[in-house]
Design a protein around this ligand. Structure first.
Ligand code: NAI
Ligand code: UGA
Length: 464
């Protein structure tokens, strides 16, 4: 099957970068990314490519090269569906906030809306690709909707989960460890659809890195991969607390453990807790799926990863309060970094939100600085928790434009995102402009204890 037109529904952190790279690598394909969010599409089309809505190193250059040539951004979803031979669904699948499965299951309403819209519009056979992260067996539900509400045209459903990490999206897309494609391996039409998608990726990914499986394995592999990664972070974070009690250093422990080739060195960095839009939501979803099958031990096992992560965020914040003589009421605390990791402007589930909320409960005055996050996002993140009134948040939280400004006259600093620029700060000057004793809490193991203590800081870090 020859694919000429591709459409992607959802111009977010996955749809945007993924389609930009496909368009760049396959100039013979026309790629249209559509979204119902007009502001987002306008930003993707902004003549100044630096204003595209997602910050990822290297992304603006790719968009500049491909946009208008064979990469298009539009709000006209129907036309894009109609034209496309292959449709990627890359819409959000957040945790449900209502009804059955509230707080655990994935909310699939946007996925279902896409399926119904595709069924209504499609006039010829199409390949539908699940790019969003979905519960295992979602492809069956999609097929049901498409086949029962469509115009009699044929749909092949593939699962092609995305493994990119934010901050390194372009690199991950250009050199993926693997591309996973699940499909109906038992029918010629299924195999043909899988081959069509394989041939797109094969334009730049070595064939041996393209893995094909049945559709259920592919869907479940994505949830499993995120659960394993998050579990490593929770495992090392659990050890960080023990290190603090025993005089061991978690970085040394991680290095010693990670040098075992069976364990490997990656994802063993102790931190204030993992954030990001997916780890928590995908594990909760896994827990929910296990529970629905009555697999309570399986569910409990994975839920512990989240429990440990919540504990890590809470104990970091509690340590600030305890160290500042058991009260932060009216004290200025500088929060350095709001994004959930460096090199992204994404703040979803960022540890900074929860640490700040905890400190607001204790009536602290908060000054936030992040090089890529806009003030409105900081306020929106805190307001979303509904634990403090909007007035209180705006009164107690100020978002400033430099780290120096945030730290001036502060009682304490908390480093919550590992931005490179925080390493390069003139810490001596920062120290001089703070109230004394000057407390510094490093939630990222970014700074050198000896150097900071020599400057004069009361220094606290994770796992040491
Ligand atoms: N953010 C990440 O790094 C990764 C995310 N994923 C998964 O990819 C999926 C998308 O995630 P993100 O891109 O981060 O989400 P996002 O929230 O940034 O983007 C989703 C977009 O879909 C649009 N949308 C929703 N319903 C629509 C509809 N019916 N028609 C047109 N547009 C619609 C929304 O307006 C939004 O702009 C999720 O399932 C997520 O779990 C997978 C790997 C990495
Ligand atoms: O499904 C997804 O959304 C994606 O989730 C993660 O990617 P992402 O959340 O973008 O970023 P990570 O690099 O995994 O970091 C997640 C969180 O864990 C933290 N982390 C990571 C690694 C580590 O050793 N320690 C640690 O605290 C990070 O600071 C961050 O807060 C996975 O790494 C991707 O493979 C996956 O595609």
């Amino acid at each position: 099957m020859k694919i000429k037109n591709i459409c992607c529904i959802g111009a977010g952190y996955v749809g945007g970068p993924t389609m930009a790279v496909i368009a760049q690598k396959c100039p013979n394909l026309d790629v249209t990314v559509v979204d119902i969010n007009e502001k987002r599409i306008a930003a993707w089309n902004d003549p100044d490519v630096e204003n595209i809505p997602i910050y990822e190193p290297g992304l603006s250059e790719i968009v500049k090269e491909a946009r208008g040539r064979n990469l298009f951004f539009s709000t006209d979803v129907d036309t894009a569906i109609d034209k496309a031979d292959m449709i990627f669904i890359s819409v959000n699948t957040p945790t449900k906030t209502y009804g059955i499965g509230k707080g655990m299951a994935a909310d699939l309403k946007w996925i279902e809306l896409c399926a119904r819209q595709i069924a209504e519009v499609a006039k010829n056979d199409k390949i539908i690709v699940e790019k969003s992260t979905l519960p295992v067996r979602t492809a069956a539900a999609l097929k049901d909707i498409l086949d029962n509400t469509g115009n009699g045209v044929k749909f092949q459903i593939l699962s092609n989960p995305e493994f990119l990490a934010e901050g390194t999206a372009v690199e991950d897309l250009e050199k993926p460890d693997r591309v996973l494609i699940g499909g109906d391996i038992d029918t010629p039409e299924g195999k043909e659809a899988m081959e069509a998608l394989v041939s797109i990726y094969a334009s730049w990914v070595p064939k041996e890195n393209i893995l094909t499986t049945n559709v259920w394995s592919s869907e479940l592999s994505k949830l499993t991969a995120n659960a394993f990664l998050a579990q490593r972070v929770s495992s090392i974070n659990a050890m960080s607390e023990l290190c603090e009690k025993t005089g061991a250093d978690v970085n040394e422990v991680a290095k010693a453990v990670g040098m075992d080739s069976r364990v490997g060195p990656k994802f063993l960095k102790a931190s204030v807790g993992f954030g990001g839009s997916c780890f928590q939501k995908d594990i909760l979803n896994l827990v929910y799926i296990a529970k629905t099958f009555g697999l309570n031990e399986v569910a409990d096992y994975w839920e512990q990863v989240i429990i440990m992560n919540d504990h890590q965020k809470r104990r970091f914040a509690a340590n600030i309060v305890k160290t500042l003589y058991n009260t932060v009421s009216g004290k200025k605390i500088a929060i350095l970094g709001w994004a959930f990791k460096k090199d992204t402007n994404d703040t979803r589930e960022s540890a900074a939100i929860y640490v700040t909320d905890y400190l607001l409960n204790e009536q602290a005055e908060i000054l936030v600085y992040d090089p890529k996050v806009k003030p409105e996002q900081v306020y929106a993140d805190l307001e979303y928790l509904c634990t403090h009134s909007n007035e209180e948040i705006r009164e107690r939280v100020k978002v400033v434009t430099s780290a120096e400004e945030a730290c001036k006259d502060a009682h304490a600093i908390a480093v919550l995102t590992e931005w490179d620029e925080f390493k390069e700060l003139d810490w001596k000057e920062v120290y001089e402009n703070m109230l004394k004793p000057a407390f510094l809490f490093d939630g990222r193991r970014l700074l050198n204890r000896k150097v900071m203590e020599n400057i004069g800081f009361e220094f606290y870090t994770i796992g040491n």
